[in-house]
Design a protein around this ligand. Structure first.
Ligand SMILES: Nc1ncnc2c1ncn2[C@@H]1O[C@H](COP(=O)(O)OP(=O)(O)O)[C@@H](O)[C@H]1O
Ligand SMILES: [Mg+2]
Length: 65
C-alpha cells in the first residue's frame, strides 16, 4: 500500500536578527491510508510549524531551506 503522506527530512527555519531559528530540524514520517497520527512534544518543539509546513502555510519570515 502507498503512503498517503511521506515526509522526508522536513526542515523549516526562521531568519531572525539574533540568528537562524531551526524550528523544524529534519523530521521524517509516513502516514498510511486509514491511519490517524498524533504529534506530541513540549511547547516550542515544532509541532505547529511542522504541520503548517506541509501546506506551505508557516508564517513569514519562515522558509524551507
Ligand atoms: N515567526 C517566528 N519567528 C521565529 N521563530 C518562530 C516563529 N514561529 C515559531 N517560531 C519558533 O519555532 C519553534 C517551533 O514553534 P511551534 O511549531 O509553534 O512549536 P509548538 O507548536 O510545538 O509549540 C519555536 O522555537 C518557536 O519559538
Ligand atoms: Mg503549537
Amino acid at each position: 500500500m502507498e503512503p498517503l503522506l511521506d515526509v522526508k527530512g522536513l526542515r523549516t527555519e526562521f531568519a531572525t536578527g539574533e540568528g537562524i531559528v531551526h524550528a523544524v530540524n529534519g523530521i521524517s514520517y509516513t502516514v498510511m491510508p486509514g491511519e490517524a497520527v498524533g504529534l506530541v512534544g513540549e511547547s516550542g518543539c515544532g509541532k505547529s510549524i511542522s504541520a503548517l509546513s506541509l501546506l506551505n502555510l508557516f508564517p513569514k519570515p519562515g522558509y524551507i531551506p
